[in-house]
Ligand binder design. Structure first.
Ligand code: UDP
Length: 313
């Protein structure tokens, strides 16, 4: 049985990855310091013998007994309001945490996949964003703590690959949604779903003309699984290229839930104006592309939000 360590295991993406690896027959070791993660996301795995959990902060030295075949580093605050609240932890987990896990991977002769982000492209001047674009990031802006930690993460991961011949993979994740998102994590989709269900106005920031491209979580997890098992050590974008303005997106949520109205709030500083993944590389190298339409994905996600908020009308 292959053993995989998944950091950020109690988070939105980490917990879905735990499920996928358990399903594929792996022994899964989850690790999380629970500053943004939620044990409810992995409670169903605790009875399984092939699942273990360590409550640990990966910014401190990481010890895992026994062999490891793979490491997936998904620990980090990931929502803009979280990394504004926890700037130092965000910087540490992307830098010190990544360094610790690269060291662990080297010691265990394990392959490591790190979670990078479309934020490495910043407020992009190239559209859609392909992997060869170097980005437009403000290092000292409010998002810099996340963006630069992730850029450093990519740099140190490539350095371990080049100098230590470590097997490394880098996924650049674009906006992803689905069950187990924190209902109050402040991102557009959880905010709009929660607001519409509660009968509150939907807070569109700026004039709503900024764009994002939303990927359903099952598609993302499948792309990550394929990337881990591929031989591609360069960064690969995984996301859904179906781009929409935030204003239109709010309208879609209102239509889906059957109530709500929009109010406009100030646009946060350095909020990217456009974002759309160029996924030609993922198609070519991983034979991967998203399969869930936004309509299907949002329906599934709505079921989760209704349960999480206990609002069924
Ligand atoms: N946004 C919004 N209202 C909200 C939350 C977010 O209009 O209540 C906007 C935000 O300004 C951004 C987009 O929605 O332009 C996506 O924001 P999110 O926080 O989901 O993630 P980002 O893609 O910016 O990292």
């Amino acid at each position: 049985m292959k053993r995989v360590l998944i950091t950020g295991a109690a988070g939105f993406l980490g917990s879905h990855l735990c499920d996928r690896f358990i399903k594929e027959g792996y022994e899964v070791i989850g690790m999380d310091n629970l500053i943004t993660g939620n044990m409810d996301n992995i409670a169903h795995l605790f009875p399984l013998e092939e699942f273990k959990f360590y409550h640990h902060d990966v910014s401190k030295f990481v010890h895992v007994p026994g062999d490891l075949d793979y490491i997936l580093h998904f620990a980090s605050p990931a929502s803009p309001i979280d990394y504004l609240k926890m700037p130092i932890q965000t910087l540490k987990v992307g830098s010190l945490g990544t360094h610790n896990l690269l060291g662990l991977a080297k010691a265990k002769k394990a392959r490591i996949l790190v979670a990078s982000t479309s934020e490495v492209y910043g407020d992009p001047l190239v559209h859609p964003q392909n992997e060869d674009y170097w980005g437009n990031v403000n290092p000292i802006g409010p998002r810099g703590v996340y963006d630069e930690a992730k850029r450093f993460q990519e740099a140190i991961t490539m350095a371990y690959h080049t100098y230590h011949k470590l097997e490394t993979r880098i996924v650049r994740i674009f906006n992803t949604y689905g069950p187990r998102m924190r209902v109050d994590d402040g991102r557009a989709l959880p905010a709009f779903f929660s607001q519409a269900l509660r009968g509150e106005p939907l807070t569109v920031f700026g004039d709503g003309s900024q764009t994002r491209s939303f990927c359903y979580v099952d598609d993302l997890v499948d792309g990550i699984y394929r990337l881990l098992l591929s031989d591609c050590n360069e960064p690969v974008n995984i996301g859904n290229p179906d781009e929409i303005t935030i204003g239109q997106f709010a309208e879609e949520v209102i239509e889906l839930i059957g109530r709500g109205q929009v109010i406009y709030k100030d646009l946060p500083k350095d909020d990217p104006k456009k974002r759309q993944p160029d996924i030609r590389k993922a198609k070519r190298v991983l034979d991967w592309e998203p399969t869930f339409s936004r309509q299907e994905g949002m329906k599934k996600t709505l079921t989760y939000f209704r349960q999480a908020l206990n609002i069924f009308d």
